[in-house]
Design a protein around this ligand. Sequence first.
Ligand SMILES: CC(C)[C@H](C(=O)O)[C@@H](O)C(=O)O
Ligand code: SF4
Length: 779
Amino acid sequence: MVYTPSKGPRTLYDKVFDAHVVHQDENDSFLLYIDRHLVHEVTSPQAFEGLENAGRNVRRIDCTLATVDHNIPTESRKNFKSLDTFIKQNDSRLQVKTLENNVKQFGVPYFGMSEARQGIVHTIGPEEGFTLPGTTVVCGDSHTSTHGAFGSLAFGIGTSEVEHVLATQTIIQAKSKNMRITVNGKLSAGITSKDLILYIIGLIGTAGGTGSVIEFAGEAIEALSMEARMSMCNMAIEAGARAGMIKPDEITFQYTKGRPLAPKGAEWEKAVAYWKTLGTDKDAKFDHEIEIEAIDVIPTITWGTSPQDALPITGAVPDPKNVNDPIKKSGMERALTYMGLKANTPLMSIKVDKVFIGSCTNGRIEDLRSAAAVVKGHKLADNIKLAMVVPGSGLVKKQAEAEGLHNIFQEAGFEWREAGCSMCLGMNPDILNAYERCASTSNRNFEGRQGALSRTHLMSPAMAAAAGISGHFIDIREFEYKSQDEGSPKLEVTSEDERELESAAYDHVEPAQPEDAPQDVANDELKDIPTKSNDAPTKPSSSSMKPFLTLEGISAPLDKANVDTDAIIPKQFLKTIKRTGLKKGLFYEWRFHKDDQGKDQETDFVLNVEPWRKAEILIVTGDNFGCGSSREHAPWALKDFGIKSIIAPSYGDIFYNNSFKNGLLPIRLDQQIIIDKLIPIANKGGKLCVDLPNQRILDSNGNVLVDHFEIEPFRKHCLVNGLDDIGITLQKEQFISKYEALRRDKYSFLEGGSKLLKFDNIPKRKAAVTTFDTVHQDW
Ligand SMILES: CC(C)[C@H](C(=O)O)[C@@H](O)C(=O)O
Ligand code: SF4
C-alpha cells in the first residue's frame, strides 16, 4: 500500500517515522528503513549464524558498526596481546571472538579491543558522528534509546530483528503512540539530567511510557547539553517507552559538526536544512502529555529494585504500611528485604560499600568532569571497599587523561579503568559481591543486576562521587567542594569544551565524500510495486518457526508486576552463542538458592512444583512483564522450559516483539479478567486452551472464558502460518531498493556511513559472499 503521511500537524516522531516508511502493509504494520545499526557481541552471534545458515549477506555494511563492550575486562590494556590471554572467562572470550569472526566474514566495520575508538556501543555512535539527527538507529540493546537525544528514532531490538536488519536494512514496526513530557523552567544549580530522568520515572513508573515514543521538551530540556540529553533518552526505556526523542537544535548541530562521520561541506548544509524541519508542529496531537516544573526536581536516587523506586535524597525509605494495593505492597516488602533496608530510614544515613562511575548513561566526558570536580582534593571514605571510574569509550578515556581527571580520581583512591560496560551489568569480572551496596551511575537497579544478591542505588555521577567521599549517600547541594578555587564544578559541557574534546581526541583522517552520486529519483513519493519479486531469496532462516494454532496446556500463576528480563534470564546466561539450552537459567535467582556447598538447590518457586513444572501457559497478574533489557534470551529461556504462551495485563515492548519472533504468544488481557477468570484455574494447575485463530481462551471443558483477545493482524498471520519475517521482507526487495534510491538523493548526507572510517587493519572478508565486495575494497 502506498504510504501517505498525514498532511496535518505532525510530531517529531511522526516526521522521522514517515521519512523511513519503505512499505505499509494492509494492516497497520510498516516496513521501516534503518539508517544506522550498531552491533555488539552479546546479541549478535545467533543473528550472524542465521544469516550464514540462510546464505544471506549484510545488506549495508556502511550502515553497520560493531564493537565489543559487555563482556570485556576493564583492567589496563597496556599488556594486551590477544583475546586468548586477556579475556579469562571462557564464555566471554568465545562471544568476543565470535563477533570478531563474524565481522571479518561479513566485512562489518569493527572497533575491537586494540582500537582506541572501542567503547560502549551507545557512546561510540554519537562520538563518531555515526548517529545523526533524524535517522533511524537500532541495536540489539535496549539503551539504543540514547541516540534519540539527536532527534533520531532509536530503539532496541532483539536478536531475530538484528538478523532481519542485517539482511534487509529494514525492520517491521507498528506505529507507537505519541507522548510528550514537557519540563518547564530551569533546573536548579547542581541538578543534572540524571536527577531529572529518575524523577520522571519515579513519577510515571516503569510502565508509564509503554507503547509510546516520548518526546522530551520544554525550557529545561532545551538548556541541556547533548551529553545530558543522551542520559535522559538513555533511560526512556526505563520508563517503558519504545524510544525517547529530543528535537535537534543548534546544540545538536554544534555537537555533531566535525565528527568523523558527520556530513561535510554542502552535504552538511543540506543536512542541517532538513534537520531544522523536524521539530514537532504547533498543534500536533499527543496521545499523552505530562508537564513537570524543573524547580521541583532535587537530587534523586533509587532505594529499591526498580528504576521507579526513585526518591529525593532528602527523603526516607518508604513504608509498605502506607500502601494499599496488595501487589505493590508485596513488591515493596520484597524490595526492602532484598536491599537490606528498613522502612523510614533516612536515605542520607545509608552507608555504601562500592562506587561505580560509568555506563552508557553516565560514562561520557561531562560525567567524568562533574565527578572529578567533587572528588578533587578529597579521599575515599574508609568504609569504601572499591570505587571505580570506567570511561564510556577509549576516546573519552583519552580526553579525560588529557585533562588530568584520571589523576584526580586516582589520588582520591578511585580505580581508573578501560572502556566497557563494566559493573553496569557485571557480565565481565567487575561485579559486586552478595549484599554489597553500590552508588552507581548506571541505569538499572534490578535484583542481581551488578552481581548475585548485589544492591544497586542509581544516581548522578556527582552524587555517586560524593557518596564515595562521604561513605554514605549525601545531598550534593551540601557537599563541600575543594575545587572551588578552580571555578565551580562543571556540570555542563559548553560547546567550547566540545570543540576542545574534538580536536584533542578525534584525530581522524578527513573522510572523503561518499562516492555514490545522488541518483535521479523522479518522484519523492514511494510508488506501490507488486510484492512479487523474482530475486527474492527463498532459503529459510535459522529461526524458522512452527505454526501456532491452538494450545492446550497447564497454566501457572505468577503474581508479580514489572518482571524484568534480567529476572527472566540473568546476565550469566547471556554468554551463549546459541538460542537453546537456556531452561536452567529461566527465573534462575527465583528458582534456585545455593546450599552450603555452593550447589544450586531448587526453591518452592511455582515452576519447580508439580504440576506447574510442566506448565505451558504463564498467567501473570501484574503489569509490564518482560520490561528492561532487549535480551531475546528471555523468550528463548521460556520456550526452552516449555512455556508457549503468556497472559499478562501489559508487556515491555521489546520483549513483546521478541516473543512473536520465537513462536511464543504473549496475550494482553485486562488485569481484572486475569484475576477473576484465569488465576483460579492456574492456582489449581488446571489446563487452559488458547485458540489463536479465533482469538479466545477456553477452559479444559471447552467453556469460553475470554471470548476475544486483541492481537495485531500481521503478527497473528505470521504465527498462524509459522512465517519467517526475513523471507517476507525480502519479497519486498523492490520497495527497499526504491527507497534506497530515494535516500541517495533526498538524504544523500547519510551515504558513506561507517564505510568512511579509516582502519589500520581493514577486516578482510573470508569469502566473497556479497555484491558489496567493491564497497569493502574501497575502505
Ligand atoms: C545485553 C543487552 C541485551 C542488554 C540490554 O538490552 O539492555 C544490556 O545492555 C543491559 O543493559 O541489560
Ligand atoms: S546499560 Fe549497561 S550493560 Fe547495557 S549497554 Fe549500557 S553500559 Fe552496557
